[in-house]
Design a protein around this ligand. Structure first.
Ligand SMILES: *[C@@H]1O[C@H](CO)[C@@H](O)[C@H](O)[C@H]1NC(C)=O
Ligand SMILES: *[C@@H]1O[C@H](CO)[C@@H](O)[C@H](O)[C@H]1NC(C)=O
Length: 296
């Protein structure tokens, strides 16, 4: 029996169809990327990064959430978490295969809080780009812009009370010399880390653990995140020596799931030197080395 192989024209059509199908599979393969900006910035600052993503992974849907931009980024962290949650929810709902979340600086803490307090999220990879995950304690330009009359030693007096907690920076300001004041007066990071006990901790941990991958990016020349190791969950002890993630109480107690993620080999740490804080998202070497491979 002779098997009909079709005319050359038919064969060409079949080949084209196959190529289209393959291309389609590739395009569909990239999960949507949601970007959450940091303090004093907004979507404008993330145009380069969006371009990097669409150039290297054509067809990826990239959304930089246009909320709490610039000065509005000083609003309380929990308020911002609610706002970002609404925006991100509607993107997640249209992405049955899940989304990837890339969050810069203060945005990294907004995202962590959002992941811990959203039971049904479908975030696959959470990329924390130079974010003060373990808190912030340093005399930086940002501190001067928010509290011109303060130095790091005195900020706790302003931050650790009801009024102070209405400023985002205070919500993750962690003064290693006043930890009991921090535990009493901080209503955001201390709660997220389980430093102040509350009944939701177990549920928050389970929510956070829905992610499949956590990518922590930061480096010693950042100049803003202080100590810079906070981008990898390290922080000062009471002598301002840096204690690495594995020796942090929240890690050892696995209060919010970090230790479990490490045990699952789901945490990737990327340290890059020579990168200033505002350059993380536009540096192509950083994108190539630390980000690109996770955006699948
Ligand atoms: C960690 O566990 C120890 C011992 O159970 C407890 O004393 C401490 O308060 C816990 N710390 C945190 C941050 O959960
Ligand atoms: C970009 O990142 C690399 C390290 O990944 C660093 O050596 C270089 O200085 C950075 N350039 C800028 C302009 O930030």
């Amino acid at each position: 029996m002779k098997i009909s192989r079709g005319s050359p024209e038919q064969q060409l059509h079949l080949l084209l169809l196959l190529l289209l199908l393959l291309a389609g599979v590739c395009v569909v393969g990239y999960k949507p990327v949601i970007i959450v900006h940091g303090i004093f910035d907004g979507p404008k600052q993330f145009k380069t990064l969006s371009l990097y993503i669409s150039k290297t992974h054509p067809g990826t849907k990239v959304t930089v959430i246009d909320l709490y931009d610039n000065l509005a980024s000083l609003k309380p962290m929990w308020t911002q978490v609610q706002g970002f949650r609404k925006a991100i929810d509607s993107i997640m709902r249209k992405a049955p295969d899940g989304v990837n979340l890339l969050c810069f600086s203060q945005g990294g803490l907004i995202c962590r809080a959002l992941l811990s307090t959203t039971p049904d999220h479908n975030v696959h990879t959470f990329i924390s780009l130079s974010s003060p995950q373990a808190g912030q304690y340093g005399d930086t330009d940002y501190l001067k812009w928010v509290f011109p009359d303060c130095v790091k030693k005195t900020v706790f007096r302003i931050c650790y009370n009801r009024l102070g907690q209405k400023v985002s920076l205070c919500d993750y300001w962690k003064d290693p010399h006043h930890m009991s004041r921090y535990r009493q007066g901080n209503s955001f990071l201390a709660k997220l880390d389980g430093d102040t006990p509350h009944n939701n901790m177990k549920a928050w941990r389970a929510n956070f653990l829905r992610i499949k991958k956590l990518v922590l990016i930061g480096g010693p020349d950042d100049g803003v995140i202080t100590p810079w190791q906070s981008s990898h969950f390290g922080f000062y002890d009471s002598n301002e020596n840096v204690v690495e993630m594995r020796n942090q109480e929240f890690y050892k107690n696995d209060t919010f799931g970090l230790k479990t993620l490490v045990a699952r080999r789901a945490v990737s740490v990327c340290v890059q030197s020579g990168v200033k804080h505002v350059h993380w998202h536009s540096n192509f070497t950083v994108f190539r080395t630390c980000i690109e491979k996770w955006l699948t």
